[in-house]
Design a protein around this ligand. Sequence first.
Ligand SMILES: [Fe+2]
Length: 198
Amino acid sequence: MFTLPPLPWAENALEPVISANTISFHYGKHHKTYVDNLNNLVKGTDYENATLEKIINDTAGKPDKAGLFNNAAQVWNHTFYWNGLRGNGGGKPSGKVAQMIDAAFGGYDNFKKELSATSVSQFGSGWGWLAVEGGKLKIMKTPNAEPPFIKGATPLLTIDVWEHAYYLDYQNRRPDYVNAVIDKLLNWDFAAENLGRA
Ligand SMILES: [Fe+2]
């Protein structure tokens, strides 16, 4: 059975950008509900002992498996999102990721503008992503529960732009939330780890 993975930091670790109150609902209610729903859906099926990635890849694009896909993908996405954030994070990365950002976007400022604009412009619920595909960095947005790997891109970092991610702290001001995450919370060590495995 699937379990809710522990957060990599205390619930108040992302304050003041994301409040402990938001984390408490987002992790303790939303993320947990995806885990509970997934466990109910896999009970007695071949997927009981499968990995999340296997379930997600098998069920992507299959309307009759939408419940399994959405819940498995949202469990995966949220764990990835938590690990991609940290207190005193954000700003300019260094090392290989920084070089690849310069190569792909012509510098950090352009990268930041594009990641922000793409994440803000996702219509309705979804995710903004920094991903790597064919050895090159790319910025993507995906609707609802979709992770980039079902389209062949390996994610490095993500920004949850579902309203539940920011509404308690920012109400309708999605751009303020997105920019604060980019400036103060992105965990570039996690991005470098993901790049190393890509
Ligand atoms: Fe979320």
